[in-house]
Design a protein around this ligand. Structure first.
Ligand code: 8YV
Length: 321
């Protein structure tokens, strides 16, 4: 029987079909440590990995028999893709089940910031004397009539755009390769050059993968190019934003607020962010619903099953297409 190493205790129902065909090595709860993975992987033909676990050269060298790495999640910046290519290891991911939950969270962060929900909630709960009730108190900005700029209009960006449009927002986007006018028309979005997008968006949502070219895409220069009083939402990957530059733009008042699901030094969070009322923070929960976790698990499992049946996996990052 082939062996599959699952680095994290994902929903057990997602592993049922795999257990019929593989010896599945999975932690009872939480995740295997790096040392455990290095000890267990040598005998495994397949690995089901998580964004928080680095699958680098050392792991792949230890995994002499590895044929496939099925990543649980859409983002695969945790995997040394060029080494997987070199070794001929197929890498797959789970783009479809993450779309709606991530869009939901991005929209929740944006709505929260727009109407200062978490800020008021926290002040009320700690009976903060600074919280005043009154017609001219706790004024937010709102979403209706405002412009949302989406950096990276892939499937998640499009799902955010749909939500924004029904909320009365105007949606503009920047992609390295703009969509066709037909698709723009169908979605109700318009392309803008990056600098124009930054300068005119009231809300900026980051939805790019983390690559060499998106590392610190939002740094001191690009954050300064953002419209004064704008809000930044990041549900993509932390290092897309230079967190120190973000903190100083929030301190100076250039940015009105930020909604963050991901962090440059995750799981560490820059201390200053923890003290700011106009910052809404959540611990990388973009796809954290039970439904999504099961769907992601099933999808990651299906990728492995299809591969070993000699069929095309659902979503291939590296390997035969
Ligand atoms: C997951 C994510 O929480 O899909 C991604 O890239 O970051 C999230 O959906 C994560 O991948 C869990 O491994």
């Amino acid at each position: 029987m082939k062996r599959l190493l699952v680095t994290y205790a994902i929903p057990s129902e997602s592993l049922n079909a795999l257990k019929e065909r593989f010896e599945v090595i999975v932690p009872e709860e939480g995740s295997f440590s790096r040392e455990e993975v290095l000890r267990l992987v040598p005998n495994c033909e397949a690995m089901l990995s998580m964004f928080s676990f680095k699958v680098d050269r050392e792991v792949m060298d230890a995994g002499k028999s590895l044929k496939i790495i099925s990543n649980f999640g859409v983002g695969y910046n945790n995997i040394d893709i060029s080494y997987a290519k070199e070794r001929g290891i197929v890498v797959t991911n789970t783009p479809d089940p993450v779309v709606e939950p991530t869009a939901e969270l991005a929209f929740a962060l944006m709505s929260d910031l727009a109407r200062r929900v978490s800020e008021c909630d926290a002040k009320l709960k700690r009976r903060d004397d600074g919280l005043k009730w009154g017609v001219m108190e706790n004024l937010g900005v709102g979403l209706w009539g405002k412009r949302l700029g989406i950096v990276g209009l892939g499937n998640i960006g499009k799902a955010i755009a749909r939500r924004a449009l029904v909320s009365g927002m105007e949606v503009v986007y920047y992609n390295r390769h703009p969509l066709s006018w037909l698709e723009e028309d169908y979605l109700g979005v318009s392309y803008l050059p990056f600098e124009e997008l930054l300068a005119t968006s009231d809300y900026l949502s980051l939805n790019t993968p983390l690559t060499e070219s998106t590392f610190h895409l939002m740094d001191q220069t690009t954050i300064a190019q953002m419209k004064r009083g704008a809000f930044l939402i990041n549900t993509a990957r932390g290092p897309v934003v230079d967190e120190a530059a973000l903190v100083s733009a929030l301190r100076s008042g250039h940015l009105a607020g930020a909604g963050l699901d991901v962090y440059e030094f995750e799981p560490a969070i820059t201390d200053d962010l923890l003290t700011m009322d106009n910052v809404v923070l959540v611990p990388h929960i973009g796809t954290a619903t039970m439904d999504a976790r099961i769907e992601m698990g099933n999808y990651a499992a299906e990728n492995i099953l299809l591969f070993f049946r000699g069929e095309e996996p659902l979503s291939v990052v590296v390997g035969e297409k």
